[in-house]
Design a binder for this molecule. Structure first.
Ligand code: NDP
Length: 312
């Protein structure tokens, strides 16, 4: 068996080692930009993250493409240029716990006003602020998927009222459930802290624009851990400056790394992290991909196959 590996960051050695240990009979073929594999035997599987157009030419004959992440937008953007083989995302693979930690921290930080106290402390101000009441602080999670559900459960366990929004209707105990575009405005109107956990698709691109963000109650807070292109960045900034949105914790941006002159950098009510809310854990990822390859080789079905028509 031959497995094509492409890593945009160029760090291939530990991946090759882990795959070779787990599949001693497989040959791991590291692909680099500019390389042609035409003269070599075909690869059976490909493992990649964000491929380049040149990589697509090497994928025509693989049996499946495995992504080393949960988001699939970086691959699906190639549309019809992709070979008609299963595209498989990572399932949880240790990401849900990280995501839940990140969102729990961002929620508590805003709810307990640590962001205000950090700003006050820098100015030497000792000033207890009015406390917020949990009963009036509903956390709304957009996207109830493999990562969205654990996030919602964690926030609920902290005692916050929670509501969730998905494409298909849900009935979850203790959660106010909303589904579809027609329910989005109502969902937003009762959300004090909005967590975006949606995949990036044509429907979710620019979903959080001025009109939608304005539906949130005055003083609402945004946590975006999904994809930057879901938020209209100038609209968010304008609403923060106007005081309608209190602030935001953002892990993802339209352009990454966030460019140096971007106004988000100098806005004290925006907390920026460099796309680290849930990083891929290599050992878990390799273990999961290998288990799926073994199932496919036995002719068995696997989870986490991307629905191309849906976009996630
Ligand atoms: P899933 O694919 O498991 O779930 C997606 C959820 O979003 C589902 O509940 C789905 O609804 C809902 N959804 C999708 N489209 C719509 C729509 N148009 N309207 C309403 N609801 C919609 O995703 P995950 O939970 O695994 O991950 C979410 C995203 O998080 C990833 O796509 C990725 O972009 C991002 N991510 C970010 C990371 C980071 O470090 N910042 C790391 C990992 C992932 P339904 O249930 O009805 O299908």
């Amino acid at each position: 068996m031959r497995i094509l590996l492409y890593r945009g960051d160029g760090i291939t050695e530990p991946w090759v080692r882990d795959f070779s240990n787990a599949l001693p009979h497989a040959e791991i073929v590291v692909w680099r930009e500019g390389m042609s594999l035409a003269a070599q035997p075909r690869c059976d599987y490909a493992v990649t993250w964000a491929p380049t157009p040149a990589l697509l030419d090497q994928l025509a004959h693989v049996k499946a493409i495995f992504l080393t992440g949960a988001g699939v937008d970086a691959l699906l953007k190639f549309g019809d240029a992709l070979p008609p083989v299963p595209i498989v995302r990572l399932g949880d693979a240790g990401m849900a716990e990280q995501m839940a930690e990140y969102v729990a921290y961002a929620t508590l930080r805003y709810f307990r006003r640590f962001d205000d106290y950090e700003l006050q402390a820098r100015q030497g101000i000792w000033n207890p602020l009015p406390r917020r009441d949990k009963a009036d602080f509903t956390v709304g999670v957009l996207g109830l998927g493999r990562l969205g559900m654990p996030v919602l459960r964690t926030v609920r366990q902290l005692g916050f009222p929670v509501r969730g929004w998905s494409r298909s209707a849900r009935d979850l105990p203790g959660v106010e459930c909303y589904a579809g575009m027609e329910a989005l405005d109502d969902f937003l109107a009762g959300t004090q802290l909005l967590v975006c956990m949606l995949p990036l698709t044509p429907e979710t691109t620019n979903l959080l624009d001025r009109a939608r963000l304005s539906r949130l109650p005055r003083g609402a807070y945004l946590v975006n851990v999904a994809r930057g292109a879901q938020v209209a960045e100038p609209d968010l900034l304008a609403l923060i400056r106007a005081g309608h949105i209190a602030g935001a914790t953002l892990d993802v941006f339209r352009n990454e790394p966030l460019p140096a002159p971007h106004p988000f950098w100098s806005e004290p009510r925006i907390t920026i992290t460099p796309h680290i809310s849930a990083i891929t854990l290599r050992e878990e990822a390799v273990q999961q991909i290998v288990a799926k390859i073994e199932r496919l080789e036995r002719g068995e079905a696997i989870d986490d196959v991307v629905d191309r028509a849906r976009g996630y």
